[in-house]
Design a protein around this ligand. Structure first.
Ligand code: SF4
Ligand code: SF4
Length: 341
């Protein structure tokens, strides 16, 4: 199981598409006893722990305390990269996956986050780190998915690139014309898949997470959300509540228990996903998206059109992908990448 621990709700960045954490959602620091967390996780022999926030490295002492106290098969970190270089080597080498927020081309990243140079410099300062290092993009109005992914690949700094479309819970005024953006995005995805496959034929397999994940589903179909929220992945809030998905602590359907009493509720996947013909390649995309129709039916269908286009673009090369079955299998363990953008 993967447990995503909120270390703090605070953040040392101020990104355009993020409103920060509403103070009512949970306390800003861990309130529970780490002994209680240890006892809760003791029942699971294959624990993976992901540190999450806010910016988790603002609570790096707490993070190290947990790493010293609770052994996990995999440690994972989702960070904005601003304090990355401060992690001591003996902790750094314990991580299997580090995801760093980086939005692609410098101008796009700086439009939304404003710290491209600092983040890239910090990532390059941990060159001795041997685990996965994933550039995690938020794909939004200014994103050209082909150009931004190519830019990240050209840095030769990351093992993988992943992205999530800033859809459904995005901030007001983020989008000028989502429908038009989707049209372009779908075109660029087809182009990027073509490039990815042509490179594969030259024995260069680029770690483009959504492509690897969907191609893997050719051999091992999804039975639930690819992020596995509520199935094999759970988030633990700063006061010890257990959530299915970390992004929406405010919704009742997302509350599954607490670390003292354990998990006492199950998640189901709502219509139309279980009966959709793309389900085995999409898994319902995202629990939050499946449960809440914040953009109505039209918005839901538009986002689905990006999934369908991605799947169709990959399946077009099924014959080739079958030849690279072992090399493309991803992820090897749950690492908080959602697979479907
Ligand atoms: S494509 Fe859309 S409707 Fe189909 S399974 Fe995915 S999210 Fe559900
Ligand atoms: S994909 Fe959706 S359900 Fe999964 S972690 Fe992300 S927001 Fe939560």
């Amino acid at each position: 199981m993967l447990y995503i621990l909120f270390l703090t709700t605070r953040c040392n960045s101020n990104c355009r598409y993020c409103g920060g954490f509403d103070e009512d959602l949970m306390p800003c620091k861990i309130q529970y006893e780490l002994e209680d967390l240890k006892e809760f996780l003791r029942k699971d022999q294959k624990t993976s722990i992901a540190f999450y926030g806010g910016e988790p490295l603002l609570e790096s002492e707490r993070m190290k305390e947990i790493m010293d106290m609770i052994s996990a098969k995999h440690y994972i970190l989702q960070t904005n990269g601003l304090l990355l270089h401060e992690i001591e080597d003996r902790y750094l080498k314990k991580f299997s996956t580090i995801l760093v927020s980086l939005d692609g081309r410098e101008e796009v990243h700086n439009f939304y986050r404003g710290n491209y140079e600092v983040v890239l410099r910090n990532v390059r300062r941990i060159r001795d780190y041997k685990g996965e290092i994933i550039a995690r993009m938020t794909a939004s109005q200014e994103t050209d998915i082909y150009e931004d992914v190519m830019s990240l690949l050209s840095l030769n700094t990351f093992t993988h690139v992943h992205w999530q479309i800033d859809a459904v819970w995005s901030r007001e005024n983020t989008w000028r014309n989502f429908e038009k953006w989707v049209e372009e995005y779908n075109k660029k995805i087809r182009r990027l898949v073509k490039f990815w496959v042509s490179e594969m034929l030259k024995k260069r397999i680029h770690g483009i997470v959504p492509f690897l994940g969907v191609a893997t589903a050719i051999f091992k179909r999804f039975k639930n959300f690819p992020c596995s929220s509520g199935f094999e992945s759970f988030a633990i809030t700063t006061e010890g509540r257990i959530l299915a998905c970390p992004v929406c602590p405010e919704f009742d359907w997302n509350h599954l228990g607490n670390i003292k009493d354990g998990i006492n509720k199950r998640i189901d996947i709502s219509d139309p996903c279980p009966n959709c013909r793309y389900f085995s390649f999409c898994g319902g995309r995202c629990l939050f998206f499946n449960k809440e129709r914040l953009w109505g039916d039209k918005g839901f269908k538009l986002v689905c059109s990006t999934v369908k286009n991605l799947v169709d673009s990959i399946l077009r090369y099924r014959g080739i992908l079958e030849r690279f079955k072992d090399e493309i299998r991803y992820p090897k363990f749950l690492n908080t990448t959602e697979i479907i953008p």
